[in-house]
Design a protein around this ligand. Structure first.
Ligand code: NAP
Length: 311
């Protein structure tokens, strides 16, 4: 159990049980901050961080009344909430980009302002754009606008695709490689381009922002140092995990037919929009980041080796 330093600012991580949030909680706790972890269910938050001296609180960004006491005594909020089932929306349960990223951020900002929070660090995403024809980019842009208009000090980070020991996507690839010795099925041609960002690099940047107030009033993109196609990422993963398979590219129209059938079933198995989401490129332009921070970023093969070899 790590002890927090009472002289450090109290920081609340919203979305603490998620992939990014949990890594931020651990990094901030390790650097001596007093950390409060927020999720929809405080007992689940407590179970997740039982090994750390982290306070658990509950709050649902889609229910403003649940946020009334969530931010009391908090100086900085790191906001990394994402709807369950992402990227497959379920409008019947309010699990959509607009409800959670968009309106949810507005609710969070209102509650944070009322509680006297001084700083917001928001995890947006590459491509946020109010005029995009994709609702996920519009929702992120709406969230960013709420943060900028909040009257509270802020830093907005737009990560590309993030990977790490607890991610869902790369670990899913590795599970799929283990399960299928014949081939790796891939939606589309695998030509979309990404510069994958190691989660520990992102967590270190967030901790620096919280600690030093770096990048105040800034919005910057952040990705890994090298851009790959998705096929290249799969091949790197195969090399590191010593699970080499041919890649079988599934035609997008066929996958869309399957997705439209899945939309008729209960649960959030797949949707046509989610297929589009998965097919897009996400390349962060790191130029502003390098002007603001003096930090190296791990190349993907090195970072993958480092944590895969710890398993
Ligand atoms: N992961 C990436 O590669 C990546 C890349 C670019 C941008 N981002 C952005 O970074 C943020 C975090 O992503 P992630 O991958 O860490 O997401 P994640 O693993 O899906 O975690 C989502 C978190 O949000 C919480 N949550 C869900 N609905 C909520 C609600 N209504 N009210 C309060 N909390 C709620 C969940 O907690 P409970 O279920 O315990 O309530 C969970 O802790 C997102 O905004 C995402 O767009 C992520």
């Amino acid at each position: 159990m790590s002890a927090s330093d009472p002289a450090r600012p109290t920081v609340l991580v919203a979305g603490a049980t998620g992939f990014l949030g949990a890594s931020f909680v651990r990094e901030l706790a390790a650097t001596g901050h007093r950390v409060i972890a927020l999720g929809r269910d405080a007992s689940r938050v407590r179970r997740r961080f039982g090994d750390l001296s982290v306070e658990a609180r509950s709050g649902d960004v889609t229910r403003p009344e649940s946020l009334r006491d969530a931010f009391q005594g908090v100086e900085t909020v790191v906001h990394c909430v994402q709807f369950s089932g992402f990227p497959v929306e379920d409008p019947s349960r309010g699990l959509t980009f607009m409800e959670v990223d968009g309106q949810g951020t507005r609710n969070l900002v209102d509650a944070a302002r009322a509680a006297g929070v001084q700083r917001l660090v928001y995890l947006s995403g590459v491509g946020a754009d109010p005029s995009s024809n994709r609702m996920w980019y519009r929702a992120k842009a709406l969230a960013e606008e709420s943060i900028r208009d909040s009257g509270i000090g802020y830093t907005i980070i737009r990560p590309s695709w993030v990977y790490g020991p607890e991610d869902r996507s790369l670990n899913l690839f590795i599970r799929a490689l283990r399960l299928n010795p014949l081939c790796f099925p891939q939606i589309g041609d695998g030509a979309q381009r990404l510069n994958p960002l190691y989660v520990e690099d992102l967590a270190a940047v967030v901790a620096e922002v919280v600690e030093t107030g770096a990048a105040a009033g800034e919005t910057f993109e952040l990705g890994g140092p090298v851009t790959y196609t998705l096929d290249e990422i799969i091949r790197i993963t195969m090399d590191v995990s010593a699970l080499r398979r041919p890649i079988a590219h599934l035609p997008v129209p066929l996958v869309k037919i399957a997705a439209s059938l899945a939309e008729l079933l209960p649960g959030q198995l797949l949707s046509r929009d989610a297929v589009d989401f998965l097919l897009q490129s996400a390349v962060a332009d790191n130029s502003r980041f390098h002007m603001l921070f003096q930090r190296p970023l791990a190349p993907m093969p090195d970072a993958l080796h480092a944590y895969a070899s710890r398993r």
